[in-house]
Design a protein. Structure first.
Length: 496
Protein backbone atom coordinates (compact mmCIF):
# COMPACT_ATOMS: atom_id res chain seq x y z
CA UNK A 1 0.00 0.00 0.00
CA UNK A 2 2.52 2.53 1.17
CA UNK A 3 5.00 0.80 -1.02
CA UNK A 4 2.83 1.14 -4.02
CA UNK A 5 1.88 4.72 -3.32
CA UNK A 6 5.47 5.84 -3.12
CA UNK A 7 6.19 3.85 -6.12
CA UNK A 8 3.57 5.60 -8.15
CA UNK A 9 4.69 8.87 -6.74
CA UNK A 10 8.11 8.31 -8.15
CA UNK A 11 6.80 6.96 -11.35
CA UNK A 12 4.62 9.95 -11.85
CA UNK A 13 7.22 12.53 -11.15
CA UNK A 14 9.24 11.19 -13.97
CA UNK A 15 6.81 9.89 -16.47
CA UNK A 16 4.25 12.65 -16.38
CA UNK A 17 7.01 15.08 -17.16
CA UNK A 18 8.09 12.94 -20.02
CA UNK A 19 4.64 12.95 -21.51
CA UNK A 20 3.82 16.56 -20.72
CA UNK A 21 6.84 17.81 -22.55
CA UNK A 22 9.74 15.96 -24.03
CA UNK A 23 11.73 12.89 -23.21
CA UNK A 24 14.51 14.69 -21.35
CA UNK A 25 12.79 14.95 -18.00
CA UNK A 26 12.28 11.31 -17.29
CA UNK A 27 15.89 10.80 -16.38
CA UNK A 28 15.92 13.03 -13.28
CA UNK A 29 14.91 10.72 -10.46
CA UNK A 30 13.40 12.19 -7.38
CA UNK A 31 15.66 13.09 -4.52
CA UNK A 32 14.25 11.80 -1.29
CA UNK A 33 15.43 10.03 1.80
CA UNK A 34 12.39 7.81 1.64
CA UNK A 35 12.26 4.99 -0.83
CA UNK A 36 9.55 2.42 -1.18
CA UNK A 37 8.81 0.61 2.08
CA UNK A 38 11.11 2.17 4.65
CA UNK A 39 8.51 3.07 7.18
CA UNK A 40 8.60 3.38 10.89
CA UNK A 41 6.23 0.49 11.38
CA UNK A 42 8.63 -1.99 9.85
CA UNK A 43 8.51 -4.92 12.27
CA UNK A 44 12.24 -5.09 12.82
CA UNK A 45 12.83 -1.50 13.85
CA UNK A 46 14.72 -1.21 17.11
CA UNK A 47 13.08 1.41 19.28
CA UNK A 48 9.69 0.30 20.46
CA UNK A 49 7.66 3.49 20.72
CA UNK A 50 6.52 5.65 17.89
CA UNK A 51 8.28 8.96 18.44
CA UNK A 52 5.83 10.82 16.23
CA UNK A 53 3.55 10.96 19.22
CA UNK A 54 6.09 12.93 21.22
CA UNK A 55 6.18 15.72 18.68
CA UNK A 56 4.12 18.82 19.13
CA UNK A 57 3.09 20.74 16.02
CA UNK A 58 3.54 24.50 15.67
CA UNK A 59 3.07 27.06 12.95
CA UNK A 60 5.30 30.04 12.34
CA UNK A 61 4.29 33.21 10.56
CA UNK A 62 6.92 33.04 7.88
CA UNK A 63 7.94 35.94 5.65
CA UNK A 64 7.10 35.29 2.02
CA UNK A 65 10.21 36.90 0.56
CA UNK A 66 13.30 37.27 2.71
CA UNK A 67 15.33 39.07 0.08
CA UNK A 68 13.15 41.95 -0.94
CA UNK A 69 11.61 45.00 0.70
CA UNK A 70 8.67 45.57 -1.60
CA UNK A 71 5.41 45.61 0.37
CA UNK A 72 4.21 42.25 -0.96
CA UNK A 73 7.41 40.63 0.28
CA UNK A 74 6.16 41.17 3.81
CA UNK A 75 3.21 38.84 3.29
CA UNK A 76 3.37 35.83 5.56
CA UNK A 77 2.29 32.21 5.46
CA UNK A 78 1.97 29.53 8.12
CA UNK A 79 4.96 27.23 8.14
CA UNK A 80 4.74 23.95 10.02
CA UNK A 81 7.39 22.68 12.39
CA UNK A 82 7.41 20.01 15.07
CA UNK A 83 9.27 19.81 18.35
CA UNK A 84 10.06 16.90 20.64
CA UNK A 85 11.39 18.10 24.00
CA UNK A 86 11.10 14.81 25.86
CA UNK A 87 14.85 14.14 25.88
CA UNK A 88 16.17 17.67 25.94
CA UNK A 89 18.72 18.51 28.62
CA UNK A 90 17.40 22.08 28.71
CA UNK A 91 18.54 25.62 28.14
CA UNK A 92 20.38 25.82 31.47
CA UNK A 93 22.99 23.38 30.28
CA UNK A 94 22.84 24.60 26.67
CA UNK A 95 21.81 21.13 25.60
CA UNK A 96 21.95 20.61 21.83
CA UNK A 97 19.22 21.00 19.24
CA UNK A 98 19.01 18.60 16.30
CA UNK A 99 17.06 20.07 13.43
CA UNK A 100 15.84 18.08 10.46
CA UNK A 101 15.44 20.25 7.38
CA UNK A 102 12.46 19.16 5.33
CA UNK A 103 12.77 18.61 1.61
CA UNK A 104 10.46 18.16 -1.37
CA UNK A 105 7.56 16.52 0.42
CA UNK A 106 5.17 17.01 3.32
CA UNK A 107 7.15 16.55 6.55
CA UNK A 108 4.91 13.72 7.82
CA UNK A 109 6.75 11.07 5.82
CA UNK A 110 10.15 12.16 7.13
CA UNK A 111 8.87 12.05 10.67
CA UNK A 112 7.94 8.42 10.19
CA UNK A 113 11.08 7.30 8.38
CA UNK A 114 13.99 9.49 9.45
CA UNK A 115 14.91 8.04 12.81
CA UNK A 116 18.42 9.38 13.23
CA UNK A 117 17.30 12.23 15.47
CA UNK A 118 15.02 10.18 17.70
CA UNK A 119 17.47 7.28 17.88
CA UNK A 120 20.16 9.62 19.23
CA UNK A 121 18.07 12.02 21.29
CA UNK A 122 18.90 10.33 24.59
CA UNK A 123 22.65 10.33 24.19
CA UNK A 124 22.72 13.94 22.95
CA UNK A 125 20.06 15.04 25.46
CA UNK A 126 18.84 16.99 22.48
CA UNK A 127 15.75 18.87 21.47
CA UNK A 128 14.41 17.49 18.20
CA UNK A 129 12.93 19.74 15.55
CA UNK A 130 11.49 18.89 12.13
CA UNK A 131 10.72 21.80 9.80
CA UNK A 132 8.61 21.50 6.68
CA UNK A 133 9.85 23.00 3.40
CA UNK A 134 7.81 25.87 1.98
CA UNK A 135 5.23 24.95 -0.69
CA UNK A 136 4.79 21.41 0.69
CA UNK A 137 2.36 19.83 3.13
CA UNK A 138 0.81 22.43 5.42
CA UNK A 139 3.35 25.15 4.64
CA UNK A 140 1.76 26.68 1.59
CA UNK A 141 1.77 30.41 0.85
CA UNK A 142 -1.02 32.36 -0.89
CA UNK A 143 -3.79 30.63 1.02
CA UNK A 144 -4.04 27.46 -1.05
CA UNK A 145 -1.99 25.05 -3.11
CA UNK A 146 -3.99 25.88 -6.17
CA UNK A 147 -3.16 29.56 -5.82
CA UNK A 148 0.47 28.99 -4.82
CA UNK A 149 1.20 26.75 -7.79
CA UNK A 150 -0.74 28.80 -10.30
CA UNK A 151 2.08 30.39 -12.24
CA UNK A 152 5.67 31.53 -12.07
CA UNK A 153 4.81 34.81 -10.36
CA UNK A 154 3.58 32.79 -7.38
CA UNK A 155 6.06 29.93 -7.75
CA UNK A 156 8.92 32.40 -7.87
CA UNK A 157 9.17 32.36 -4.06
CA UNK A 158 9.63 28.60 -4.14
CA UNK A 159 13.39 28.13 -4.05
CA UNK A 160 16.21 26.86 -1.88
CA UNK A 161 17.52 30.25 -0.76
CA UNK A 162 14.10 31.19 0.61
CA UNK A 163 13.80 27.71 2.15
CA UNK A 164 17.02 27.89 4.14
CA UNK A 165 16.20 31.47 5.18
CA UNK A 166 12.90 30.08 6.50
CA UNK A 167 14.84 27.51 8.50
CA UNK A 168 17.10 30.21 9.92
CA UNK A 169 14.13 32.29 11.03
CA UNK A 170 12.38 29.34 12.68
CA UNK A 171 15.50 28.08 14.47
CA UNK A 172 16.13 31.55 15.89
CA UNK A 173 12.49 31.79 16.90
CA UNK A 174 12.58 28.45 18.72
CA UNK A 175 15.80 29.30 20.53
CA UNK A 176 14.37 32.63 21.65
CA UNK A 177 11.19 31.00 22.82
CA UNK A 178 13.13 28.42 24.83
CA UNK A 179 15.73 30.95 25.99
CA UNK A 180 18.31 28.56 24.58
CA UNK A 181 20.66 31.12 23.08
CA UNK A 182 23.80 29.04 23.53
CA UNK A 183 22.41 25.62 22.66
CA UNK A 184 24.38 24.33 19.69
CA UNK A 185 22.30 23.45 16.64
CA UNK A 186 23.12 20.65 14.23
CA UNK A 187 21.12 20.53 11.02
CA UNK A 188 20.41 17.22 9.34
CA UNK A 189 18.99 16.46 5.96
CA UNK A 190 18.84 13.76 3.33
CA UNK A 191 19.11 13.98 -0.42
CA UNK A 192 17.88 17.46 -1.52
CA UNK A 193 17.40 18.14 2.20
CA UNK A 194 21.02 17.06 2.70
CA UNK A 195 22.12 19.64 0.19
CA UNK A 196 20.11 22.21 2.12
CA UNK A 197 21.78 21.11 5.36
CA UNK A 198 25.31 21.52 3.98
CA UNK A 199 24.44 24.85 2.36
CA UNK A 200 22.82 25.98 5.59
CA UNK A 201 26.06 25.42 7.48
CA UNK A 202 27.95 27.42 4.83
CA UNK A 203 25.47 30.31 4.77
CA UNK A 204 24.37 30.39 8.42
CA UNK A 205 27.38 29.36 10.56
CA UNK A 206 26.08 31.62 13.33
CA UNK A 207 22.95 29.48 13.56
CA UNK A 208 24.16 25.92 12.91
CA UNK A 209 27.30 24.54 14.51
CA UNK A 210 27.40 21.72 12.00
CA UNK A 211 25.55 19.73 9.37
CA UNK A 212 24.97 16.09 8.57
CA UNK A 213 24.29 15.94 4.85
CA UNK A 214 23.18 12.44 3.95
CA UNK A 215 23.35 11.40 0.27
CA UNK A 216 23.51 15.02 -0.85
CA UNK A 217 24.63 15.28 -4.49
CA UNK A 218 25.86 18.86 -4.20
CA UNK A 219 28.33 18.25 -7.02
CA UNK A 220 25.71 17.08 -9.54
CA UNK A 221 25.32 20.57 -10.97
CA UNK A 222 26.71 22.39 -13.96
CA UNK A 223 29.65 20.48 -15.40
CA UNK A 224 31.17 19.29 -12.10
CA UNK A 225 30.04 15.67 -12.32
CA UNK A 226 29.84 13.76 -15.62
CA UNK A 227 26.17 13.62 -16.52
CA UNK A 228 26.24 9.86 -17.01
CA UNK A 229 27.18 9.28 -13.35
CA UNK A 230 23.74 8.36 -12.13
CA UNK A 231 22.85 5.68 -14.66
CA UNK A 232 26.39 4.30 -14.69
CA UNK A 233 25.98 3.43 -11.03
CA UNK A 234 22.51 1.99 -11.57
CA UNK A 235 24.06 -0.25 -14.20
CA UNK A 236 27.02 -1.19 -12.02
CA UNK A 237 24.69 -2.18 -9.19
CA UNK A 238 22.87 -4.57 -11.49
CA UNK A 239 26.07 -5.92 -13.06
CA UNK A 240 27.46 -6.65 -9.60
CA UNK A 241 24.23 -8.33 -8.53
CA UNK A 242 24.12 -10.60 -11.58
CA UNK A 243 25.87 -10.54 -14.94
CA UNK A 244 23.08 -12.43 -16.68
CA UNK A 245 20.45 -10.08 -15.25
CA UNK A 246 22.44 -7.06 -16.45
CA UNK A 247 22.73 -8.54 -19.93
CA UNK A 248 19.04 -9.41 -20.12
CA UNK A 249 18.11 -5.84 -19.21
CA UNK A 250 20.62 -4.48 -21.70
CA UNK A 251 19.10 -6.62 -24.45
CA UNK A 252 15.52 -5.84 -23.53
CA UNK A 253 15.25 -2.32 -24.95
CA UNK A 254 15.67 -3.43 -28.55
CA UNK A 255 13.19 -6.25 -27.92
CA UNK A 256 10.61 -3.79 -26.66
CA UNK A 257 11.16 -1.50 -29.64
CA UNK A 258 10.95 -4.38 -32.05
CA UNK A 259 7.70 -5.68 -30.65
CA UNK A 260 6.25 -2.16 -30.46
CA UNK A 261 6.95 -1.61 -34.14
CA UNK A 262 4.89 -4.62 -35.18
CA UNK A 263 1.24 -4.27 -36.04
CA UNK A 264 -0.63 -5.18 -32.88
CA UNK A 265 2.72 -4.95 -31.06
CA UNK A 266 1.58 -2.37 -28.52
CA UNK A 267 -1.35 -4.45 -27.43
CA UNK A 268 0.93 -7.47 -27.14
CA UNK A 269 3.27 -5.39 -24.96
CA UNK A 270 0.32 -4.20 -22.87
CA UNK A 271 -0.73 -7.78 -22.35
CA UNK A 272 2.76 -9.04 -21.61
CA UNK A 273 3.35 -6.39 -18.95
CA UNK A 274 -0.21 -6.45 -17.60
CA UNK A 275 -0.47 -2.68 -18.02
CA UNK A 276 -3.21 -0.83 -16.18
CA UNK A 277 -4.21 0.96 -19.37
CA UNK A 278 -3.26 0.04 -22.94
CA UNK A 279 0.05 1.50 -24.06
CA UNK A 280 -0.15 4.07 -26.81
CA UNK A 281 3.60 3.98 -27.33
CA UNK A 282 6.52 2.03 -25.91
CA UNK A 283 8.21 4.96 -24.18
CA UNK A 284 5.88 4.84 -21.19
CA UNK A 285 6.84 1.26 -20.55
CA UNK A 286 10.55 1.92 -21.03
CA UNK A 287 10.51 5.01 -18.79
CA UNK A 288 8.66 3.10 -16.14
CA UNK A 289 11.10 0.20 -16.15
CA UNK A 290 14.08 2.52 -16.20
CA UNK A 291 13.08 4.91 -13.45
CA UNK A 292 10.46 3.24 -11.31
CA UNK A 293 12.11 -0.13 -11.31
CA UNK A 294 15.84 -0.15 -12.07
CA UNK A 295 16.77 3.34 -10.83
CA UNK A 296 14.51 3.12 -7.82
CA UNK A 297 15.77 -0.34 -6.86
CA UNK A 298 19.37 0.87 -7.13
CA UNK A 299 18.83 4.13 -5.27
CA UNK A 300 17.05 2.36 -2.41
CA UNK A 301 19.07 -0.85 -2.60
CA UNK A 302 19.01 -1.42 1.11
CA UNK A 303 19.28 -4.29 3.53
CA UNK A 304 17.82 -6.63 4.41
CA UNK A 305 15.93 -7.13 1.13
CA UNK A 306 18.29 -5.49 -1.39
CA UNK A 307 15.74 -4.75 -4.12
CA UNK A 308 18.32 -4.97 -6.91
CA UNK A 309 18.89 -8.60 -5.98
CA UNK A 310 15.15 -9.08 -5.86
CA UNK A 311 14.65 -7.70 -9.37
CA UNK A 312 17.48 -9.86 -10.66
CA UNK A 313 16.11 -12.97 -8.99
CA UNK A 314 12.86 -12.31 -10.85
CA UNK A 315 14.68 -11.78 -14.13
CA UNK A 316 17.13 -14.67 -13.82
CA UNK A 317 14.45 -16.97 -12.40
CA UNK A 318 12.40 -16.77 -15.58
CA UNK A 319 9.22 -17.79 -13.77
CA UNK A 320 7.04 -16.18 -16.47
CA UNK A 321 8.94 -17.59 -19.45
CA UNK A 322 12.45 -17.82 -20.82
CA UNK A 323 12.28 -15.05 -23.40
CA UNK A 324 13.73 -11.66 -22.58
CA UNK A 325 10.48 -9.76 -22.12
CA UNK A 326 8.95 -12.43 -19.91
CA UNK A 327 12.07 -12.29 -17.77
CA UNK A 328 11.78 -8.52 -17.47
CA UNK A 329 8.16 -8.90 -16.44
CA UNK A 330 9.32 -11.43 -13.85
CA UNK A 331 11.63 -8.73 -12.47
CA UNK A 332 8.73 -6.31 -12.25
CA UNK A 333 6.59 -8.79 -10.33
CA UNK A 334 9.47 -9.71 -8.03
CA UNK A 335 10.01 -6.02 -7.26
CA UNK A 336 6.44 -4.82 -6.92
CA UNK A 337 4.71 -7.95 -5.74
CA UNK A 338 1.57 -9.50 -7.22
CA UNK A 339 -0.59 -6.66 -8.43
CA UNK A 340 -3.68 -6.62 -10.58
CA UNK A 341 -1.80 -4.45 -13.07
CA UNK A 342 1.55 -2.76 -13.65
CA UNK A 343 2.65 0.37 -15.54
CA UNK A 344 0.55 3.14 -17.03
CA UNK A 345 -2.02 3.66 -14.30
CA UNK A 346 -3.92 6.94 -14.38
CA UNK A 347 -3.44 8.48 -10.95
CA UNK A 348 -3.21 12.01 -9.67
CA UNK A 349 0.15 13.64 -9.37
CA UNK A 350 1.56 13.90 -5.86
CA UNK A 351 2.65 17.12 -4.20
CA UNK A 352 6.22 16.03 -4.66
CA UNK A 353 5.75 15.41 -8.34
CA UNK A 354 4.34 18.84 -8.90
CA UNK A 355 6.68 20.73 -6.57
CA UNK A 356 9.88 18.98 -7.56
CA UNK A 357 9.10 19.58 -11.22
CA UNK A 358 9.17 23.32 -10.59
CA UNK A 359 12.28 23.07 -8.45
CA UNK A 360 14.22 21.07 -11.02
CA UNK A 361 13.03 23.35 -13.80
CA UNK A 362 13.98 26.57 -12.06
CA UNK A 363 17.20 25.98 -10.12
CA UNK A 364 17.76 22.30 -9.20
CA UNK A 365 18.73 21.36 -12.73
CA UNK A 366 20.63 18.15 -12.12
CA UNK A 367 22.03 17.19 -15.50
CA UNK A 368 21.42 13.46 -15.71
CA UNK A 369 21.98 11.77 -19.05
CA UNK A 370 22.82 8.26 -20.15
CA UNK A 371 26.23 7.50 -21.58
CA UNK A 372 27.58 4.56 -23.57
CA UNK A 373 28.65 2.55 -20.58
CA UNK A 374 25.35 1.40 -19.14
CA UNK A 375 22.57 -1.14 -19.54
CA UNK A 376 20.29 1.59 -20.94
CA UNK A 377 20.08 3.03 -24.44
CA UNK A 378 22.43 6.07 -24.61
CA UNK A 379 20.58 9.34 -24.11
CA UNK A 380 22.93 12.26 -23.48
CA UNK A 381 21.79 15.23 -21.44
CA UNK A 382 20.73 18.12 -23.65
CA UNK A 383 20.70 21.37 -21.72
CA UNK A 384 19.14 23.46 -24.49
CA UNK A 385 16.29 21.01 -24.80
CA UNK A 386 15.86 20.91 -21.03
CA UNK A 387 15.63 24.69 -20.71
CA UNK A 388 13.21 24.88 -23.63
CA UNK A 389 10.90 22.35 -21.99
CA UNK A 390 10.93 24.19 -18.69
CA UNK A 391 10.22 27.44 -20.43
CA UNK A 392 7.25 25.97 -22.21
CA UNK A 393 5.92 24.59 -18.92
CA UNK A 394 6.34 27.70 -16.78
CA UNK A 395 7.09 30.58 -19.09
CA UNK A 396 10.45 31.10 -17.40
CA UNK A 397 13.69 29.34 -18.31
CA UNK A 398 15.95 27.28 -16.04
CA UNK A 399 18.94 28.91 -14.39
CA UNK A 400 21.35 25.98 -14.66
CA UNK A 401 24.32 27.86 -13.19
CA UNK A 402 22.63 29.45 -10.21
CA UNK A 403 23.30 26.64 -7.71
CA UNK A 404 27.04 26.78 -8.30
CA UNK A 405 27.00 30.58 -8.35
CA UNK A 406 25.17 30.84 -5.05
CA UNK A 407 26.50 27.84 -3.14
CA UNK A 408 29.67 26.86 -5.01
CA UNK A 409 30.74 23.35 -5.90
CA UNK A 410 33.59 23.76 -8.35
CA UNK A 411 37.02 22.94 -6.82
CA UNK A 412 35.23 22.22 -3.59
CA UNK A 413 38.27 21.02 -1.66
CA UNK A 414 40.38 24.00 -2.64
CA UNK A 415 37.62 26.42 -1.69
CA UNK A 416 36.21 24.87 1.48
CA UNK A 417 39.29 23.46 3.19
CA UNK A 418 40.19 26.80 4.78
CA UNK A 419 36.83 28.51 4.71
CA UNK A 420 34.38 26.03 6.19
CA UNK A 421 34.09 23.40 8.91
CA UNK A 422 31.80 20.87 10.58
CA UNK A 423 30.03 19.13 7.73
CA UNK A 424 29.59 15.38 7.36
CA UNK A 425 28.86 14.21 3.84
CA UNK A 426 27.60 10.66 4.14
CA UNK A 427 27.06 8.41 1.17
CA UNK A 428 26.38 4.83 0.21
CA UNK A 429 28.29 4.04 -2.94
CA UNK A 430 25.54 1.87 -4.39
CA UNK A 431 23.34 4.96 -4.48
CA UNK A 432 23.40 6.37 -8.03
CA UNK A 433 23.30 9.88 -6.56
CA UNK A 434 26.59 9.22 -4.77
CA UNK A 435 28.20 10.01 -8.14
CA UNK A 436 27.48 13.67 -7.34
CA UNK A 437 28.35 13.42 -3.65
CA UNK A 438 31.41 14.56 -1.70
CA UNK A 439 33.33 11.32 -1.30
CA UNK A 440 36.71 12.53 -0.01
CA UNK A 441 37.59 14.37 3.18
CA UNK A 442 38.00 18.08 2.58
CA UNK A 443 39.55 18.96 5.95
CA UNK A 444 39.70 17.64 9.51
CA UNK A 445 36.12 18.71 10.08
CA UNK A 446 34.56 18.44 6.62
CA UNK A 447 34.51 14.73 6.18
CA UNK A 448 33.14 12.07 3.90
CA UNK A 449 31.69 9.05 5.68
CA UNK A 450 30.85 6.46 3.08
CA UNK A 451 29.95 2.80 2.82
CA UNK A 452 30.70 0.57 -0.14
CA UNK A 453 27.41 -1.29 0.03
CA UNK A 454 25.18 1.51 1.25
CA UNK A 455 22.35 3.20 -0.62
CA UNK A 456 20.42 6.46 -0.52
CA UNK A 457 20.08 8.09 2.93
CA UNK A 458 20.29 4.77 4.78
CA UNK A 459 22.22 6.27 7.68
CA UNK A 460 19.47 8.69 8.72
CA UNK A 461 16.65 6.14 8.72
CA UNK A 462 15.52 4.42 11.91
CA UNK A 463 17.98 1.81 13.18
CA UNK A 464 16.81 -1.76 12.70
CA UNK A 465 17.68 -5.14 14.14
CA UNK A 466 18.71 -6.27 10.68
CA UNK A 467 21.19 -3.43 10.09
CA UNK A 468 24.56 -4.75 8.90
CA UNK A 469 27.77 -3.94 10.77
CA UNK A 470 28.93 -1.40 8.22
CA UNK A 471 25.77 0.66 8.64
CA UNK A 472 26.03 0.58 12.42
CA UNK A 473 29.67 1.67 12.09
CA UNK A 474 28.77 4.51 9.74
CA UNK A 475 26.24 5.91 12.19
CA UNK A 476 28.66 5.51 15.08
CA UNK A 477 31.27 7.49 13.18
CA UNK A 478 28.79 10.27 12.46
CA UNK A 479 27.80 10.49 16.10
CA UNK A 480 31.42 10.52 17.24
CA UNK A 481 32.17 13.41 14.89
CA UNK A 482 29.11 15.38 15.96
CA UNK A 483 30.05 14.91 19.60
CA UNK A 484 33.49 16.28 18.87
CA UNK A 485 31.95 19.41 17.36
CA UNK A 486 29.75 19.86 20.41
CA UNK A 487 32.57 19.23 22.91
CA UNK A 488 34.78 21.80 21.19
CA UNK A 489 31.91 24.25 21.16
CA UNK A 490 31.30 23.80 24.89
CA UNK A 491 35.00 24.31 25.55
CA UNK A 492 34.87 27.55 23.55
CA UNK A 493 31.69 28.59 25.32
CA UNK A 494 33.23 28.08 28.74
CA UNK A 495 36.07 30.45 27.84
CA UNK A 496 33.67 33.00 26.48
C1 LIG B 1 0.24 35.41 12.16
O1 LIG B 1 -0.34 36.15 11.14
C2 LIG B 1 -1.75 36.23 11.23
C3 LIG B 1 -2.28 36.89 9.99
O2 LIG B 1 -1.39 37.85 9.52
C4 LIG B 1 -2.12 36.97 12.49
O3 LIG B 1 -3.54 37.02 12.62
C5 LIG B 1 -1.54 36.23 13.66
O4 LIG B 1 -1.78 36.95 14.86
C6 LIG B 1 -0.07 36.04 13.51
N1 LIG B 1 0.40 35.16 14.56
C7 LIG B 1 1.48 35.42 15.26
C8 LIG B 1 1.81 34.40 16.31
O5 LIG B 1 2.16 36.40 15.10
C1 LIG C 1 17.67 27.06 35.23
O1 LIG C 1 18.45 28.02 35.91
C2 LIG C 1 17.67 28.97 36.61
C3 LIG C 1 18.59 30.04 37.18
O2 LIG C 1 19.79 29.49 37.63
C4 LIG C 1 16.86 28.30 37.66
O3 LIG C 1 16.07 29.23 38.36
C5 LIG C 1 15.97 27.26 37.02
O4 LIG C 1 15.26 26.52 37.98
C6 LIG C 1 16.77 26.31 36.17
N1 LIG C 1 15.85 25.47 35.43
C7 LIG C 1 15.99 24.18 35.36
C8 LIG C 1 14.94 23.47 34.54
O5 LIG C 1 16.89 23.58 35.89
C1 LIG D 1 2.38 -14.22 -6.75
O1 LIG D 1 1.41 -15.15 -7.09
C2 LIG D 1 1.93 -16.42 -7.44
C3 LIG D 1 0.84 -17.30 -7.98
O2 LIG D 1 -0.39 -16.97 -7.39
C4 LIG D 1 2.63 -17.01 -6.22
O3 LIG D 1 3.18 -18.27 -6.54
C5 LIG D 1 3.74 -16.07 -5.79
O4 LIG D 1 4.34 -16.53 -4.63
C6 LIG D 1 3.20 -14.68 -5.57
N1 LIG D 1 4.32 -13.80 -5.40
C7 LIG D 1 4.36 -12.84 -4.50
C8 LIG D 1 5.58 -12.00 -4.48
O5 LIG D 1 3.45 -12.64 -3.73
C1 LIG E 1 -7.74 12.89 -8.29
O1 LIG E 1 -8.09 14.17 -7.83
C2 LIG E 1 -9.46 14.48 -8.06
C3 LIG E 1 -9.67 15.94 -7.70
O2 LIG E 1 -9.05 16.27 -6.50
C4 LIG E 1 -10.32 13.53 -7.24
O3 LIG E 1 -11.68 13.83 -7.45
C5 LIG E 1 -10.01 12.11 -7.67
O4 LIG E 1 -10.71 11.20 -6.86
C6 LIG E 1 -8.54 11.81 -7.58
N1 LIG E 1 -8.27 10.53 -8.18
C7 LIG E 1 -7.49 9.61 -7.61
C8 LIG E 1 -7.30 8.35 -8.39
O5 LIG E 1 -6.97 9.78 -6.52
C1 LIG F 1 28.84 7.15 -27.54
O1 LIG F 1 28.73 6.47 -28.75
C2 LIG F 1 28.32 7.30 -29.84
C3 LIG F 1 28.09 6.44 -31.04
O2 LIG F 1 29.05 5.45 -31.14
C4 LIG F 1 29.38 8.37 -30.06
O3 LIG F 1 28.98 9.23 -31.09
C5 LIG F 1 29.54 9.18 -28.78
O4 LIG F 1 30.59 10.10 -28.91
C6 LIG F 1 29.83 8.26 -27.61
N1 LIG F 1 29.77 9.06 -26.40
C7 LIG F 1 30.69 8.97 -25.46
C8 LIG F 1 30.49 9.86 -24.28
O5 LIG F 1 31.63 8.22 -25.52
C1 LIG G 1 38.15 11.10 6.79
O1 LIG G 1 37.79 11.57 8.06
C2 LIG G 1 37.28 10.58 8.93
C3 LIG G 1 36.79 11.24 10.18
O2 LIG G 1 37.79 12.03 10.75
C4 LIG G 1 38.37 9.54 9.19
O3 LIG G 1 37.87 8.52 10.01
C5 LIG G 1 38.82 8.96 7.86
O4 LIG G 1 39.88 8.09 8.07
C6 LIG G 1 39.23 10.06 6.91
N1 LIG G 1 39.47 9.48 5.61
C7 LIG G 1 40.58 9.69 4.95
C8 LIG G 1 40.68 9.03 3.61
O5 LIG G 1 41.49 10.37 5.39
C1 LIG H 1 29.67 -5.59 -0.13
O1 LIG H 1 28.82 -6.60 -0.64
C2 LIG H 1 29.49 -7.58 -1.37
C3 LIG H 1 28.47 -8.47 -2.03
O2 LIG H 1 27.49 -8.85 -1.12
C4 LIG H 1 30.43 -8.34 -0.44
O3 LIG H 1 31.14 -9.33 -1.15
C5 LIG H 1 31.43 -7.34 0.14
O4 LIG H 1 32.23 -7.99 1.09
C6 LIG H 1 30.70 -6.19 0.81
N1 LIG H 1 31.68 -5.16 1.16
C7 LIG H 1 31.68 -4.56 2.34
C8 LIG H 1 32.77 -3.55 2.56
O5 LIG H 1 30.85 -4.77 3.20
Amino acid sequence: MMFQRLFLLQFFLLVSLATATAKRFHTIPRLSPIGPGVWRDDPDQISGEFVGEDFETFFYNQTLDHFNYRPESYDTFSQRYLINSKYWGGANVSAPVLVYLGAEAPIDGDLKAVGFLADNAVQFRSLLVFIEHRYYGKSIPFGSREEALKDASKLGYFNSAQAIADYAAIIIHIKEKLKAKYSPVIVIGGSYGGMLASWFRLKYPHIALGALASSAPILYFDDITPSDGYYSIVSRDFREASGTCYQTIKNSWAEIDELASKSNGLSMLSEKFKTCNPLTDASKLKDHLMTSMYASAAQYNKPPTYPVNKVCEGIDGGGFGDDILSRIFGGLVAYKGNLSCYVNAHTNESETTVGWRWQTCSEMAIPIGIGNNSMFPPDPFDLEDYIENCKSLYGVPTRPHWVTTYYGGHSIKLILQRFASNIIFSNGLRDPYSSGGVLENISDTIVAVKTVNGSHCLDILFAKETDPEWLIAQRKMEIKIMKEWIDKYYADLSMF
